[in-house]
Design a protein around this ligand. Structure first.
Ligand SMILES: C[S@@+](CC[C@H](N)C(=O)[O-])C[C@H]1O[C@@H](n2cnc3c(N)ncnc32)[C@H](O)[C@@H]1O
Length: 533
């Protein structure tokens, strides 16, 4: 029998664990999803005024997005599709409960264009899905063909570097024999990770991951049957090869590549370079979210300033009108989806938005369309030719005295990039740290000794890191079976005894290499360097 395809594996996962797990009655205030409004997304992406009745396709919609997009786009024709019929059933029920009637649902495999809905779309939303596809480029090319000439594709993919802790937790779960196919495994993983020391970065990463509180979220994050991250260079190349151009990055204002290029003094670089740098230094603070346009789209268009349609009174639902009336009387807060802080509106601001005349004065609120070009000015992408070599280097198991601890390999990647790849024209590490100084958020200020961000770690261990860089390359081992820890038998004994203490975990015979890898993942979080023999 041939092995199941990736789509079959993921269908099984998302049929059993529809995502996200949100109570059916959880309601969104009608002004909350203003950044999901097609007119707003077209404006930010430089596509000019959107059609009055846009067509919208949510490709891989899960259980919640159809409702949010329906609220954000009361006049749109919305097609919501997913591989998982269970997810579609929940999404359909949610829309019915909240009286959102303008959404159609259909089962679709994004890996098989024959199943796709007909026609072209003004907005295609593909959020957190592309990394589940066997051939992301083929899917992206197909989606690009379904865009209207000015249409916008909003894409979210996981960032390779910022998500390393999640990938390490996935590896930990795998080594513990935990999978998405057993109903009890999310709870087992949760209790195992919560028993780690408080200062362990894997425990910190797990408990601060919002989805870890519910089982479907634990599966989607840590027991996933096949996701991956993209570096910014990989994402840039993917967009280019699919004949798409980034029109607006959804990280405001921190990770807008233009802002960061300016702050970090990289004025002559491309978006992929800057975003890669942010991701590597763990300052992306989220996933990659980009609105892309067709490479052959008409030039960027800046329309005259107008109020956001949702605040100018669009949307007929009684609840929406009541909410606007309340804002007009009392003012209030409108949350942003980019977690960039709430928009605080005074009652007078809302009245201004509704009168439209002075809407431009409220530009900084984000609730005004037009009047400004929000798009990136940097060139989109220049290849990092030897990125594959660099990625291989960062995952190699280095042996010798004071070798980089694999638990921190992504931090060493940030320390080592400049020295290993002079063609990228990065300043040396000292001078990079100086540039970060005014901007970096050293997460290490939380109750973790070190190991969350390269910046915070290097602040504390600068001498050791510089010594490491001065040493040059160390030999590598082919696998965990081909090397030994300094007190190998003792470390393996600790792991065996921990596994015995967690007798509820599935019985599994581990190789010496697997036990060693577990020892490093579990017990070495306070050592930046380890000795491998
Ligand atoms: C991480 S969830 C994201 C759901 C939704 N976009 C959101 O942001 O809440 C991934 C979704 O992609 C869907 N999916 C995975 N592979 C797919 C495929 N080949 N075709 C269509 N949908 C797919 C899953 O069923 C799941 O609902």
């Amino acid at each position: 029998m041939s092995p199941p395809t990736k789509s079959q594996v993921l269908r099984t996962q998302y049929e059993a664990w529809p995502y996200p797990q949100v109570p059916l009655l959880a309601a969104l205030p009608s002004t909350h999803p203003f950044e999901l409004n097609v007119a707003w997304l077209w404006d930010r992406s430089g596509s000019g005024p959107a059609p009055a009745k846009p067509r919208l396709w949510i490709a891989g919609c899960g259980t919640f997005q159809p409702y949010a997009f329906a609220v954000a786009n009361p006049r749109a024709e919305i097609v919501a599709t997913d591989l998982s019929e269970t997810s579609l059933r929940i999404a359909r029920r949610r829309c019915a409960v909240h009286r959102q009637k303008h959404v159609q649902f259909a089962p679709v495999d994004l890996g098989d264009a024959a199943t796709w809905p007909d026609g072209q779309f003004d907005l295609i939303e593909c959020y957190g899905v592309l990394m589940n596809l066997a051939d992301p480029l083929a899917t992206l090319r197909g989606l690009r063909q379904r865009l209207t000439p000015r249409g916008v594709l909003r894409l979210m993919v996981y960032p390779h570097w910022s998500r390393q802790r999640v990938f390490q937790l996935q590896r930990l779960a795998q080594l513990l024999g935990l999978t998405a196919t057993d109903r009890h495994h999310p709870a087992l993983l949760r209790s195992f990770v919560r028993a780690l020391p408080k200062a362990h970065p894997l425990r910190f990463a797990f408990t601060t991951y919002a989805d870890s509180r519910n089982d479907a979220g634990v599966v989607d994050g840590f027991l996933h049957a096949g996701d991956r991250g993209f570096t910014a260079f990989q994402l840039g190349a993917l967009l280019r090869d699919a004949a798409l151009v980034p029109g607006y990055w959804f990280h405001r204002p921190w990770a807008q590549p233009d802002t960061m290029a300016q702050r970090l003094q990289f004025p002559d670089r491309d978006q992929s370079f800057v975003l890669n740098y942010l991701d590597l230094w763990q300052e992306l603070r989220g996933n990659f979210v980009v609105c892309a346009r067709r490479a052959d789209a008409p030039p960027r268009d800046v329309q005259p300033a107008t109020a956001h349609p949702l605040f100018a009174g669009d949307g007929h639902a009684l609840r929406h009108r009541l909410r606007l009336a309340r804002l007009r009387l009392l003012g209030g807060r409108v949350p942003t989806r980019t977690k960039d802080g709430d928009v605080v509106l005074r009652a007078a601001d809302v009245r201004t938005l509704q009168r439209e005349e002075h809407a431009a004065a409220l530009h900084d609120s984000g609730l005004v369309l037009g009047g400004r070009d929000h798009g990136p000015r940097l060139p989109a992408h220049v290849d990092f030719a030897d990125e594959a070599g660099f990625l291989q280097h960062t995952t190699a198991l280095r042996v010798g005295r004071r070798a980089p601890n694999p638990l921190f390999s992504h931090l060493f990647a940030a320390f080592e990039l400049a020295a290993r790849h002079p063609e990228l024209r990065l300043p040396d590490l000292e001078s990079q740290l100086g540039r970060w100084l005014p901007w970096a958020d050293p997460l290490e200020q939380r109750p973790i000794r070190f190991g969350l961000t390269p910046y915070g770690t290097c602040q504390r261990y600068r001498t050791n890191v510089l010594e490491h860089l001065a040493r040059g390359a160390l030999p590598t081992a082919a696998s965990w079976d081909d090397t030994r820890l300094r007190h190998d038998a003792e470390a393996l004994g600790h792991v065996r005894s921990l596994l015995r203490d967690h007798g509820e975990l599935p019985a599994r015979a581990h190789t010496g290499g697997e036990l060693r890898e577990l020892a490093v993942l579990l017990f070495t979080h306070d050592q930046l360097f380890l000795t491998f023999e």
